[in-house]
Write a protein that binds this ligand. Sequence first.
Ligand SMILES: [Zn+2]
Length: 309
Amino acid sequence: MISVVYDDRFLDHDTGLRHPECPERLTAIVSALRSSEFSNDLEWIIPRSASEDELLWIHTRSHIEKVRAVAESGGGYLDADTPICGESYSVALLSAGAWLTGVDETLNRKQNAIVISRPPGHHAESDRAMGFCLFSNAALAAHYAVRQKGISRVAVFDWDAHHGSGTQEILETDERFFYCSMHQYPHYPGTGTAHERGEFDNVLNIPFSGGSNGHDYITSFRTNVKPFIENAHPKLLIISAGFDAARQDPLSSIELEPEDFGALLLECLQFEIPIVIGLEGGYHLETLGKSMTHMIQILHKYTGKENHV
Ligand SMILES: [Zn+2]
């Protein structure tokens, strides 16, 4: 079985009319998975919320209080791209908690976990929200694994089309964490050059120009990502799975096909360590559903029904 961590409450984070980070993203994924040929192999898991104490591992109190205050006032803009509503604070706690539930599923139940949550997290820095992101879900999951689950080293691999500026900022100062990102550059948010290596040489950024395709990604994965992660010897791999590097996606000009995300996941399975996959960006609804389906297909095919990687 594959654990799919999801809750309808994620739809309550209202970003307003025509915002690309919309509830329909999750609806599209959920309906694609429910109608896939693997639907009987999915175990739908209701997530828990992250606590404020857990958020304080990675965020400043002032950041947490600002998000809460803006939500309690009925909503507003945390930055030019990041509108929130009255429900957004509690939904963001649930979204962050869902990634922790994903870690529990993978480590306690030995079941591959896919977290389908919003708001996404990888641009949220220790003291500010940005780029549709309120709290850094992947960085929190990495801390959770180390602080609560006895995992000594954690790698985060981020294939969202944008550099995971927040995840890097939070994790790069701690030698137990490794962060690797493939992304379009130059592009939003402006960070993610190959020169940024982290305080402990624990960061690897691989910038791609617009027009790069699946062949470019897989070639670079084998040449660069694979040795970086193997040398890190992580005991858990967290994948920040954004799907905005898809050819159809309006927010990047990388040209991956839905099958390419499955191919990237297959490369990751070869590390033979527990994996948690969490949703970051991805704004073309049909592509989101197809890409997730391809990933499930790979998990099903290569990890078996009583799976553990
Ligand atoms: Zn993105």
